[in-house]
Design a protein around this ligand. Sequence first.
Ligand SMILES: C[S@@+](CC[C@H](N)C(=O)[O-])C[C@H]1O[C@@H](n2cnc3c(N)ncnc32)[C@H](O)[C@@H]1O
Length: 276
Amino acid sequence: MARLGGQQSPSPTDPRENRLRDVVGECKSCRMSADGVFDDHIARTYDEDSAEMFAPEVLGPTVHFLAELADGRRALEFAIGTGRVALPLSARGVDVAGIELSRAMAAEMMAKPGAAGIPVTIGDMATTRAEGTFGLVYLVYNTITNLLTQDEQVACFCNAAAHLDVGGHFVIEVFVPALRRLPPGESLIAFDVSNGHVGVDEYDITNQRLTSHHYWTANGRADTLDSPHRYAWPAEYDLMARIVGLTLRERWSDWQRTPFTADSTSHVSVWEKTSA
Ligand SMILES: C[S@@+](CC[C@H](N)C(=O)[O-])C[C@H]1O[C@@H](n2cnc3c(N)ncnc32)[C@H](O)[C@@H]1O
């Protein structure tokens, strides 16, 4: 699973803001965030560059898992992006809302059929509140790692818990750091070498960070992106959950509920809010 993202510092308001306000509604957070790494250019090519994540064999089990967990209750996607998961989940009858930092990504989603019924609040998922409460908050495709400090990641768990009803669930899908594949003295691991894309992770072990270097050559287009991430072991996420009053209920290797083992390269983890 490729990783994309990481935040940049805020930039001044640009002329797109009015148009995007029209598209996604007035920003409900206290501060207007910049688009981060997911600017207009990345947003336009996101679906094509992440095509394997849109494949029915990937999306089908994801949506099925989340719809079952929502169990008739409202769902909130942190970092909703171009609606890869939210749109099919909504089409299954789940009442979905989203929070998204990048206006460019949200605008891409809003241009798609079925998006009108999905309210999106522009802002940082670590601090921004969406209206109402939810039975399910989910954060997929490694996006917890786009928050680059432990404090921000804890704040994100805290924000998830604040949106949940008692009995509600917080779900994340994220990679397991591939440190076992790193020989002593090495820092680079290729995570994808396929037709049209090469992805190499550069680990900074001291700071628990990595940079994903992407090189795309598909459809006569050459493109690169360096996206920064903060990685963590599942146990650290469990501690973040405990700090905010969430209890681990399930951990799987994938959305098909394949058991999580020492060889798992990613995990889908589910925590429950057990008390107010
Ligand atoms: C890899 S994409 C995932 C998008 C979507 N969830 C999906 O599965 O296709 C990461 C998304 O996270 C958003 N993002 C990154 N940092 C964020 C933050 N702090 N708050 C809200 N959204 C954020 C990006 O703008 C981008 O849309």
